[in-house]
Every structure is written in structure tokens, then in C-alpha cells.
Design a protein around this ligand. Structure first.
Ligand SMILES: NC(=O)c1ccc[n+]([C@@H]2O[C@H](COP(=O)([O-])OP(=O)(O)OC[C@H]3O[C@@H](n4cnc5c(N)ncnc54)[C@H](O)[C@@H]3O)[C@@H](O)[C@H]2O)c1
Length: 270
């Protein structure tokens, strides 16, 4: 067991890759704290994970994040692993529907030999841009800042941050998503450099098509089209990605820091 009795904190733990990672860490003996804004789903999913604890919170709420880690500090004194999987691709349902409708128009036009040029930048409000940055970027900063004293206290630790293939390729979509996910890479590299002397590694994943509720919000035909552009023509399972997270967080991954790994079926190559 690679994480026997180690304390791990996973955000976005009620669904998709966060949930798969929480389960995999628990299978390897970790005491898993799972945080998610969706408290009900978190309770439901975590009822099946032995010894795991639920932390319903919005990672954009700095005070709530600080309080959650303070409690872990009081109970355990240290932390071994932080996985930042919480994220959104839209600030609300209306924005998500607009994105899906634009993708549909682009896809239909392409099939008919035409081109559709979506207009996202001019139609993005301050509020929408702000909300996504507050979750995808600020939220991650909040958890890292609160976790660092506990990771240092343990003498060694690992942080794994979820970015996106959209951060390292040019995709037409509302700008808050690739902007926030590219900022995650900067945050990762700074933290990697600053925290290496304390035995803490920090890496990012930039996934492509992973079969999760977030990804399935798109039209199935459009998903098939996206996958068709990849050398490996299938989606990944959240469980596959969780194994990469565990490798990076374990002793086997201890010489990697500041890196971006892209599980994207070869869509992104470096
Ligand atoms: N699925 C993909 O294909 C894909 C591709 C690239 C990047 N990603 C990124 O990977 C990460 C995991 O994605 P997933 O596909 O597993 O998504 P998902 O939607 O299945 O799970 C994300 C979880 O984050 C939670 N969450 C959202 N906002 C939150 C907040 N403010 N505070 C706390 N929790 C919050 C949601 O409730 C949800 O349970 C995300 O950061 C996503 O942007 C996913």
C-alpha cells in the first residue's frame, strides 16, 4: 500500500477524476478527505469509500478552505497529498448551453463544408469571467496556500493540479476556461520551485477527452468528432487518469516536479 495511513485531500471529489482519485488513494491505504461544492453527491459517493471524510465547500471561498485545512491540521498534524481536481468549464448552465450550441453550429457547418466562427470574447461578461477564474484558479491557490504548512509538517508531500489540454492548444471557446487552466500551469511551476526544498513536488495534468460527467455535457456526435482527431481514438476513463495522479503523488514519482503531463490520447505531444 503506497499511501498507508497518509492523509490526502482531493477537491472535486464527488465526480469524475476527483472521485476516481479519491477511491484509488483510499485503495492504497490513504485517509482521504474529499471536498466538493455538491455536498449531496459527495455524501452519496463517499459512503462507499472506507474511512473517507467529506468536506462540502466551495473552493472559491477562501475562508471555508482555510477552516477545512485547519481542522485537518488539528486532527492529523500533517498532509501527504493534495489533488486539485475541482473545476468548471462554464460559470452557469446558460453559459454551458451557449457553448454547446456554438459547438453544434461549428460542427454542422463543418459537415456541410461551411465554416462557423463563434464569437466568445465579445460576449463574455465580467461576472462569468470572474466566476470561472475564482473556481479554476483562485480556488486552487486557496487550497495550496492552506495545505502548504501541513505538507511541510509531514517532511514530504505532493500536489497534483488539474489543468486542461485547452491550456496548451488553441481552441475556440469562452476565454475564461483556457485562461484559467493556463494560469494553473504558472501556479504549478512557481509552487514546484518554491516547495522543492521542503520535499514537496507539484505537477499538473492537462487532460483531453476523459469520460466524466463534465465531458459528457457535450453532444455525443461532437465527442466522436473530437476523438477522431486524436491518434488514440477513444476517451480515457477517470480511473486511468487517477493512476497517473497516484504515480506523481507516490515515492515512485518523487523526481518529477513542475511538469505538465497531458493524458489526451496524443492530441497534445511534447
Ligand atoms: N473531463 C475532461 O475531459 C477534462 C478535460 C480537461 C480538463 N478537465 C479538468 O479536470 C478536472 C476534473 O474534471 P472532471 O471531468 O472530473 O469534472 P466533473 O464535473 O466530473 O467533476 C468536477 C467536480 O468539481 C466540483 N466543483 C465544481 N466547482 C466547485 C467548487 N467551486 N468548489 C468545489 N467543488 C467544485 C463539481 O461539483 C464536480 O463534482 C476539472 O478541473 C476539469 O476542468 C477535464
Amino acid at each position: 500500500m503506497r499511501f498507508k495511513d497518509s492523509v490526502a485531500f482531493v477537491t472535486g471529489a464527488a465526480s469524475g477524476m476527483g472521485l476516481a482519485t479519491a477511491r484509488a488513494l483510499a485503495d492504497e491505504g490513504a485517509i482521504v478527505y474529499g471536498a466538493d461544492i455538491s455536498g449531496e453527491a459527495l455524501q452519496r459517493e463517499f459512503a462507499q469509500i472506507p474511512g473517507a471524510k467529506t468536506v462540502p465547500l466551495d473552493i472559491a471561498d477562501s475562508a471555508a478552505v482555510t477552516a477545512a485545512f485547519a481542522e485537518i491540521g488539528e486532527t492529523h498534524g500533517s498532509l501527504r497529498v493534495l489533488v486539485n481536481a475541482a473545476g468548471v468549464n462554464a460559470p452557469n448552465r446558460a453559459a454551458l448551453e451557449t457553448l454547446n450550441a456554438e459547438n453544434e453550429l461549428s460542427f454542422t457547418a463543418m459537415k456541410e463544408g461551411r465554416r462557423h466562427n463563434p464569437v466568445f470574447i465579445e460576449n463574455t461578461s465580467d461576472e462569468d469571467f470572474d466566476r470561472v477564474m475564482r473556481i479554476n484558479l483562485y480556488g486552487m491557490f486557496h487550497t495550496i496556500r492552506a495545505a502548504v504548512p501541513l505538507l511541510k509538517a509531514g517532511g514530504k508531500g505532493s500536489i497534483v493540479n488539474f489543468s486542461s489540454a485547452a491550456a496548451v492548444t488553441g481552441v475556440v471557446m469562452p476565454p475564461y476556461y483556457p485562461a484559467s487552466k493556463a494560469a494553473v500551469l504558472g501556479l504549478t511551476r512557481e509552487a514546484a520551485a518554491e516547495l522543492a526544498p521542503f520535499g514537496i513536488t507539484v505537477n499538473s495534468l492537462a487532460p483531453g477527452a476523459v469520460d466524466t460527467p463534465l465531458f459528457r455535457q457535450s453532444d455525443p456526435e461532437f465527442i466522436d468528432f473530437l476523438i477522431g482527431m486524436q491518434p488514440i481514438r477513444r476517451t480515457a476513463t477517470p480511473e486511468e487518469i487517477a493512476q497517473t495522479v497516484l504515480f506523481l503523488a507516490s515515492d515512485e514519482g518523487s523526481y518529477y516536479t513542475g511538469q505538465t503531463f497531458s493524458p489526451s490520447g496524443g492530441l497534445v505531444m511534447s
